[in-house]
Design a protein around this ligand. Structure first.
Ligand code: ZN
Ligand code: ZN
Ligand code: ZN
Length: 359
């Protein structure tokens, strides 16, 4: 069944009158169309029943690949009011309207003013149900993205590190991702020495030196699906405490991997990793959740975090990325994307998981 038809089935089942999808990842997921984040309104109007319509600025319409059996295209001209166009396509003015999370506030406020009797809600509780469970083609795309990123992780074991700054290595990682098949590079974190203690550190001109551990967390897109992997590199040799922490981290990542399977609550995967790290005395140094879903967005549902009691299901893809961060000294993280199959989790990242010693 086509994705829009599945969404309509959910809308009808929930008694939601229509779903409005503007910027963000829902629109391309359901229509194949990537809207630019313009001030002009692009919005798919998906009613619970009947024809879906993509309201799009006239000058953008040539970029829409038509899918006449799924939705109609309604270009709007520069002197038209696109909010009125959207309202005209709603099945009723007083129903429940689900709105995509990344719709500009300016349009939501106008819609709310015009549709004073309607009840507005987030579309995500519905769209996530479809987006979280990847079909075979999506798993294949995620696997290809993972393999591409893995080739970069392997190549990083042989490059020069000492004497170069973080920004320089980050640029090289971006170049390698493209060489290995990525269409887009989203991020290439290079965090050396004490900078590693900040999980989302922006690469700086700090010069990498012997004795540093360097956290490299990078990813991008291959055919619209994201990669995201983290490996660490020890320059010259490895300090005892870091080596001990690495063993703990690897055991924690493995424990979470072995716990992840259909039917297990998302928080139990987080707990499995956290327990290993806490038991080794590093508990307060693991300052973030264990993972996040991944698909056409780098971070999406399901979130692998304490408090998320949602059972995991076949087809769900997410990261397992425990870390240990010791302020002022060092940081380490180990990240793989996994996908759940009937029997458990399969890793989509398979580059070596040791703390690589590099030059
Ligand atoms: Zn992150
Ligand atoms: Zn990452
Ligand atoms: Zn991640």
């Amino acid at each position: 069944m086509k994705r829009i038809a599945k969404l309509q089935e959910l809308l009808a089942g929930e008694g939601v009158s229509a779903c409005l999808l503007s910027l963000g990842a829902d629109l391309p997921y359901f229509t194949g169309y990537h809207a630019m984040p313009l001030e002009r309104l692009t919005m798919a109007v998906v009613p619970a029943e009947g024809e879906a319509v993509l309201v799009v600025p006239e000058l953008e319409a040539p970029r829409v690949v038509p899918r006449p059996d799924e939705f109609r295209i309604r270009p709007w001209g520069e002197t038209e009011d696109p909010v009125e166009v959207v309202v005209d396509h709603l099945p009723e003015r007083d129903g429940r309207v689900a709105v995509g999370d990344q719709t500009w506030a300016v349009f939501v406020l106008r819609l709310q003013a015009v549709l004073a009797q309607a009840r507005f809600e987030s579309a995500t509780p519905l769209t996530r149900l479809l987006r979280m469970r990847k079909d075979d083609a999506e798993v294949k795309a995620l696997r290809a993205a993972g393999e591409s990123a893995d080739r970069v992780a392997v190549r990083l074991r042989d490059i020069e590190w000492a004497g170069r700054n973080e920004r320089d290595v980050s640029t090289q990682i971006g170049r390698m991702l493209r060489e290995e098949g990525h269409d887009h590079v989203e991020f290439a974190i290079v965090a050396s020495g004490p900078n590693g203690a900040s999980p989302h550190h922006e690469p700086t001109d700090r010069v990498i030196e012997g004795g540093d551990v360097v956290v490299c967390d990078f990813g991008g897109r291959v055919d619209d699906y994201c990669s995201d992997t983290t490996r660490c590199f020890a320059v010259g040799d490895v300090d005892h405490e870091v080596a001990r922490a690495w063993d703990v981290l690897q055991a924690a990542q493995q424990a979470a991997f072995e716990t992840a399977r259909p039917g297990i609550a998302a928080q139990d995967v987080d707990r499995a990793a956290r327990r290993v790290i806490a038991d080794a005395g590093f508990g307060k140094h693991f300052v973030h959740r264990t993972g996040h879903g991944i698909g056409t967005e780098t971070h999406e549902h399901p979130y692998i975090v304490e408090g998320n009691k949602e059972p995991l299901d076949e087809g769900m893809a997410f990261s397992i990325e425990p870390g240990i961060y010791v302020a002022g000294r060092f940081g380490i993280r180990l990240e793989d994307i996994v996908v759940l199959t009937a029997d458990g989790a399969e890793r989509l990242n398979n580059s070596p998981r040791d703390l690589a010693v590099v030059r």
